[in-house]
Design a protein around this ligand. Structure first.
Ligand code: MBD
Ligand code: FE
Length: 293
């Protein structure tokens, strides 16, 4: 059976070492992981030095990670794994013509404890000199009925124009460029934010090293992160991207989807913002879902 010149029973021995108390899912996931890792090592004839370089990368990612830095996730992101898992998990929801809002990856800069803010509030608490202020607004609605969802939560976060999220940057006040909003009686949310700008993912760690070794740039297209939730609806994690951005076709973490590309347009009669973005979020009710929730 083995088409290679290495010990033909080795991989099965490792897989079969799992005991009877392993859950079926764990047995399947680990067997697949072991089989693919071993096949990979045999196919590439991975040397001890090359394998150890990978181990050092993993250890480096671990040492670098804390509550402000998730390097393991970023390594997965530059290798496309988080975007692939996102696609696998949400494929059924994202394919129809009139589709619910598509998902995109969470990324390493989400913060669980972001405060609620009032609709119309400015999330730019530390304002960069080159800020292009944006009024973002829209509705959250039921994907099928198009009825507004009153009291839905819309959580957003974005990097500043220097390419840093607030937890990466001691110059920004805590929770700058983050906020949670509740939709009003018409299902509407609104806030002022920055027009997002493209930036490099942190490349001073193993993710950056991997990008360099693969001769790839670290840039992400300008984006705003969104999580929208409502009782009995499938929670949505996504990102929206500026159509004018030059990195749409080569995002360093492979997260762009056509339906998530949006247009910022000039805003009239508002001294607080030069551009605006209207964006409606369409959520899927759990019972109405055809796919795996
Ligand atoms: C980001 O800002 C981001 O959104 C993702 C997904 C990965 C790295 C940096
Ligand atoms: Fe991001």
């Amino acid at each position: 059976m083995a088409t290679h010149r290495f010990n033909p029973t080795f991989t099965d021995n490792v897989i079969n070492a799992m005991g009877p108390k392993t859950t079926p899912r764990m047995r399947k996931l680990m067997a697949g992981l072991i089989r693919h890792m071993h096949d990979y090592a045999r196919e590439e004839e991975l040397t001890v030095d090359e394998w150890m370089a990978g181990v050092q990368m993993l250890n480096w990612a671990g040492r670098m990670s804390d509550d402000k830095r998730n390097e393991g996730q970023l390594v997965c992101d530059v290798l496309g794994l988080e975007s692939l898992v996102d696609e696998i998990t949400f494929t059924l929801a994202g394919e129809a013509q009139d589709a619910p809002t598509a998902t995109a990856i969470l990324g390493p800069f989400f913060r669980a404890d972001t405060p609620y803010r009032e609709n119309g509030e400015d999330i730019v608490k530390t304002r960069p000199a080159d800020a292009e202020m944006t009024f973002m607004h829209g509705r959250v609605m039921d994907f099928q009925t198009k009825q507004p969802l009153v009291g839905a939560t819309v959580e957003v976060w974005q990097a500043s124009t220097n390419g840093l999220y607030e937890q990466q940057d001691p110059e920004q006040v805590e929770f700058n460029l983050r906020g949670k909003f509740k939709t009003d009686e018409d299902g509407r949310y609104s806030f002022y934010c920055l027009r997002p700008t493209p930036y490099p993912v942190p490349n001073d760690g193993p993710a950056g090293k991997l990008l360099e070794l693969m001769d790839r740039h670290p840039f992400r297209p300008a984006h705003i992160h969104i999580i929208a939730t409502y009782d009995n609806y499938r929670p949505l994690t996504t990102q929206i991207f500026d159509r004018k951005d030059k990195y749409l076709d080569n995002d360093s973490v492979f997260a762009v989807k056509d339906s998530l590309v949006v247009d910022f347009v000039p805003r009239k009669d508002d001294t607080k913002a030069a551009v605006e973005l209207e964006y409606d979020v369409k959520l899927v009710k759990f019972e109405a879902s055809s796919g795996a929730a």
